[in-house]
Design a protein around this ligand. Sequence first.
Ligand code: FE2
Length: 437
Amino acid sequence: MTFQYMPGFGNDFETETLPGSLPQGRNSPQRPAYGLYAEQLSGSPFTAPRGTNERSWLYRIRPSVKHTGRFKPASYQQWKTAPNIHDHELALGQYRWNPVPMPTEPTDFIAGMRTITTAGDALGQSGMAAHVYVANRSMIDDHFFNADGELLIVPQVGRLNFVTEMGVIELAPGEIAVLPRGLVFKVELIDETVRGYVCENYGAKFTMPDRGPIGANCLANPRDFKTPCAWFEEKETPCRLIVKWCGSFHVTELGHSPLDVVAWHGNYAPYKYDLATFSPVGAILFDHPDPSIFTVLTAPSGEEGTANVDFVIFPPRWLVAENTFRPPWYHRNIMSEFMGLIHGQYDAKEEGFVPGGISLHNMMLAHGPDAPGFEKASKADLKPVKLDNTMAFMFETRFPQMLTRYGAELPTLQQDYIDCWKDLKKRFNGTVEGDWS
Ligand SMILES: [Fe+2]
């Protein structure tokens, strides 16, 4: 089965699966076609300014009040929500992990969510959590929605389908998807085992960054974002809906599938994006811009230029800067950086940061190229070089990222990560030019 998409970012989309199922000229007719129920899904307060006002109208077989019954508590132990502090005894540090192990027990996308860090406060609708998902089983009759935030999904191993109430998103490593807060979905695996990263954004929605003097093109372009066309199923068998709400989980039993939206229109909808369509901009004579130059999506925090969370990538690109130390420089940062590697090598750390791995450089903790990376870049012949076969990313937030007990106790935590800088020696000897080797 192939699924259709509509191009554009934040458009006022419209889509119908049956002819005439989408009302025209009004949102709530007295008798919608096909006996459907009209329902609004709001992603912003009703009175939000036009630029940030988000809502969609869904025309469905049953209204969502029929997709919840009495709730019972449910337990998903590894999915944590901010504030989640003092969760472990590990001392402060720069940390790096090898990949999170794949599950050995049957595990679906929701049960396979392992939280590594949380930041801010979900109840105050600010901050984020960084998770890794691992799964080996499709959700068949189980469905889910997250009231605590939107989910940005970054697959690293394996293809999956996000079967949502507004359409189906097929996702493979190299692509990302964003599922809005409150959207009902289930996850089907195309490949046997899957792994990836998730940013759960408790704050204002991700949007495209302003480009400033870059102008009207490059970086991520709106037409490369794809929103699914409507899709529904008429399934009258037992199903469940699991809800994450203020950090706790609840489950309710249904006699039918909640994925019953026959038509919809509006600007509050899921989307996907192929990272290969990102057009990187960088230094073409000397020096190295800040990594914000590679921002794909930004979630504002209310303070201008200070993101609740940025999603930044480090894609294949040409390095051409003259008389320049080309890898990322050493730095300390008020923002907190959670990094992952989708495939290939990261230029500041050629060894040790492996695909599926994680690094965490928290607020004001120093980091930068490892000793071999520094040595190599300091002596490199500065001809144009293509950094190829690489795709790293960063969730960068204004809030300190609090490590979970799961993350602190993960056997793949590299105990010797800090040693990657131990061979950086003192080179200063009072001479302007010298043999510092
Ligand atoms: Fe950094």
